[in-house]
Design a protein around this ligand. Structure first.
Ligand code: BGC
Length: 750
């Protein structure tokens, strides 16, 4: 790098400290990057578009069997960077490693890239830090995104992202494959817990907060990382419910229910997007020009990097069968706008891409566009100046301050779904039996993406952290434990009855084994048979049962729900959140989480809260077939709230006007509590069958016992628009109904 560029970086670093980037930043970047590209060979350019798995350059008998302790293989590394000019690496070497191990890896890689390579272009390294820096051995783990959404307070998603960015950057990694902005429209889908739930507005608010938290105002800051919006688009609505399978979706539905969170995040400047590995209506995400080029690039004006998901060019040939050859797959993905291919385990992508350019099938101009975007991001991250980490102390990694945030997120997200006869909170005088397969394990509360991909290797957990049983023991010493049953063993364990006899109350910790992607596919949403049977057996003892659900998607519990006095949805609360769970059980924390999805009652009735009336007609031809176990937005507290004085400042409004709704909320119980005020609006008639209602605004507030607050929720009339027959947003005049809790207002749009 020349004197001029070095000088410029120092200049930028100075201003970045006060959050003001030079107005010349973009101009300087343009010059710097185009100058670099003008010196690059085709091979060097294509290399930049190639993303490799760290295992490929690690010592071991195969990429699946790495040596212990982990070490990079210098020869393989040089081959990757100096021969194949790779521009990016990803992933952790099998499991989470320490900060110093990370820094060593990144340093070794960057030394080859920035000292030995001809043009000294730094590598960009990416990981999936999806609920905290989960591949840093002592990184603070947070409740998974679904539990963050259950707080209904986007400031938590922002704080989680800020801390995740801080801890991730401390390892030398500057690119995070998060947030998942897929809207959860298919509860069978294993990755439901990685989303911010089933509602568009809630997902949009949480996703935006996460992007702001990751990227901040200046990517070259030592505490920010580039975000990656996943997975564009339609991944979360597979018809079969299985991972990476077809979504049968109309353009209108995609635009109305799936696109808005991406659109919002892109407007906020998100730097990269990962493509859906599956297909929409048979068109794989990776070759879908309509969505990648027409919509993402041209309509939304996205200028960042489009990266494929894991090994997806191969899937075009081997799984989707839309490409008869790998070469065809490479060409189709580049034609559809892909900038970087997560190859990740060989060099065929770059070799075939070079051939395609040499044969005139792809222009070098097209390649230059992708390389420009990739180098732009490296420049924005300050990697040319600081390829490992910016100069910074990172004294807060794994700090109590960060752990406390994780505790608070859990405390605000964990959702009380049933509390018959106020069985909760518990008293420390009661004899408590803690039981079930989720009770005595850290992996079970952390879920997947926790120190390993699937998150189920107990040996990688930190022994000082508290599982559910241990957290309950912190609040009471009258606790006994027996596992009782496994996840899906045919029979119950032995000798559990003795412990039940001694107990006054039973906390049954049930749920689903952590999993992500294909390993988490299921054929039945119902909670496993053995767990259901266990509750039935426990019920014979006529003791109050508190069902504590630890799960990534709403597993059906209707067979046993009536046998339980209380039900708590803990999601995957994380090892910091177990104490919050315990504090909720004992009344030290008043629960305030609300479900970010509809909890179904039957496996074949997976209707979301914003169903259409046709989905609500029962076999008796009457309305009312929508009958979930618990509704979207539902969650109890140890206090009660009442609503009154619901007002709209204008009942007759015209397009572009603001609709201001006011409501008084009173805490009518005896303890302080937090309530989420949720404004739902129904469009009574529309040219496309209208949803029964849509969430249009929400706000979480704290109220002392007896206190009343007036809440104002303002929306614009255009927020009531929908995607019409022509696939564009329209606002039709007509009658609407607004509802907050039991308060209703009818109004007109003229
Ligand atoms: C997942 C992505 C993830 C990528 C890199 C894929 O299998 O679908 O969400 O970012 O792997 O680890």
């Amino acid at each position: 790098m020349g004197f001029r560029a070095t000088y410029f970086f120092i200049f930028c670093a100075f201003f970045s400290q006060i959050g003001i980037l030079s107005a010349n930043h973009n101009e300087e970047k343009k010059q710097f990057v185009s100058n670099l590209i003008s010196q690059m060979t085709l091979e060097e350019k294509v290399g930049q578009m190639t993303q490799l798995n760290i295992n490929l350059v690690s010592k071991g008998s195969s990429i699946y069997q790495l040596d212990e302790p982990h070490e990079l293989d210098k020869e393989k590394l040089k081959e990757a960077i100096l021969k194949y000019h790779a521009g990016s690496f990803i992933n952790c070497p099998g499991y989470a490693i320490s900060q110093s191990q990370w820094l060593l890896i990144i340093k070794e890689i960057q030394e080859v890239a920035t000292k030995e390579s001809r043009l000294k272009i730094p590598i960009i390294y990416g990981v999936d830090a999806v609920h905290g820096a989960n591949y840093l051995s002592n990184g603070v783990l947070f409740p998974h995104p679904i539990a963050q959404a259950a707080t209904w307070d986007s400031s938590w998603a922002r704080k989680v992202a800020e801390i995740t960015a801080y801890e991730t950057r401390s390892t030398g990694v500057s690119w995070n494959f998060s947030p998942t902005l897929d809207v959860m429209r298919q509860p069978l889908w294993v990755r439901s817990y990685e989303t911010f739930g089933e509602d568009v507005l809630l997902a949009k608010a949480m996703g935006l907060a996460a992007v702001k938290g990751y990227e901040g105002n200046n990517l070259s800051s030592p505490t920010n990382v580039a975000s990656c919006l996943k997975h564009f688009i339609g991944y979360s609505w597979p018809y079969s419910g299985k991972d990476r399978t077809t979504a049968n979706l109309s353009e209108g539905i995609i635009r109305e229910y799936l696109l808005p969170p991406f659109e919002e995040a892109i407007k906020a400047g998100a730097k990269s997007v990962m493509v859906n590995s599956a297909d929409i209506n048979g068109i794989p995400g990776l070759v879908n020009k309509k969505w990648l080029v027409n919509v993402l690039r041209n309509e939304l004006g996205f200028e960042g990097i489009i990266v494929t998901d894991w090994a997806d060019i191969y899937k075009l040939n081997e799984v989707h069968k839309t490409s008869p050859t790998l070469k065809h797959a490479v060409k189709s993905s580049i034609d559809a706008g892909v900038d970087m291919s997560m190859v990740p385990n060989d060099y065929k992508f770059s070799q075939l891409l070079i051939e395609l350019v040499n044969e005139g099938e792809i222009t070098e101009e097209r390649i230059d566009k992708s390389v420009t975007r990739i180098l732009n991001l490296k420049y924005d991250l300050g990697l040319f100046e600081n390829p490992v980490t910016p100069n910074f102390e990172y004294s807060k990694v794994s700090s109590q301050e960060f752990e406390k945030v994780s505790y608070q997120v859990a405390a605000e997200g964990i959702t009380l779904l049933k509390n018959q006869d106020n069985v909760l909170p518990l008293s420390i005088n009661q004899n408590i039996l803690v039981t079930g397969p989720m009770a005595n394990s850290l992996s079970m509360v952390n879920g997947s993406w926790s120190r390993t991909w699937q998150g189920n290797d107990e040996s990688k957990n930190l022994p000082e952290k508290l599982n559910i049983l241990q957290a309950i023991l912190k609040n009471s010493n009258k606790v006994s434990y027996v596992e009782g049953c496994g996840f899906d063993k045919a029979s119950l364990n032995e000798n559990w009855e003795i412990e039940v006899n001694k107990a006054d109350v039973i906390i049954a910790c049930l749920g689903e084994y952590p999993a992500t992607e294909k390993p988490g596919d299921i054929n039945d949403l119902t909670l496993s048979e053995v767990q259901l049977r266990y509750i039935e057996e426990l019920n014979k003892f006529k003791k109050p049962i508190i069902l504590l659900l630890v799960e990534g998607r709403p597993r059906i519990i209707s067979r046993i729900e009536g046998l339980c006095s209380a039900v708590i949805q803990a999601y995957y609360p994380s090892e910091e959140g177990t104490m919050a769970l315990s504090d909720i059980l004992f009344g030290k924390v008043n629960p305030s989480g609300k479900l970010p999805y509809t909890y179904p009652r039957q496996t074949n009735n997976l209707t979301s809260y914003d169903y259409k009336e046709s989905e609500n007609i029962g076999t008796n031809f009457q309305s009312g077939a929508f009958n979930p176990q618990y509704e979207f937005g539902f969650g109890l507290s140890y206090t009660t709230f009442s609503y009154s004085n619901f007002k709209l400042i204008e009942e007759h409004v015209v397009d572009k006007e603001v609709l201001k709704f006011f409501v008084d909320v009173t805490n009518t119980g005896s303890v302080p509590g937090k309530e989420v005020v949720q404004l739902y609006i129904s469009d009574l008639f529309a040219s496309i069958a209208p949803p029964n209602k849509r969430l249009r605004a929400f706000e979480k507030l704290s109220l002392e016992s007896g206190e009343t607050k007036t809440v104002e929720l303002a929306i614009e009339a255009k927020d009531l628009a929908f995607v019409g027959i022509e696939n564009n947003w329209i606002l039709e005049p007509g009658s609407f109904t607004a509802k907050i809790a039991d308060q209703i207002i009818n109004f007109e749009i003229n």
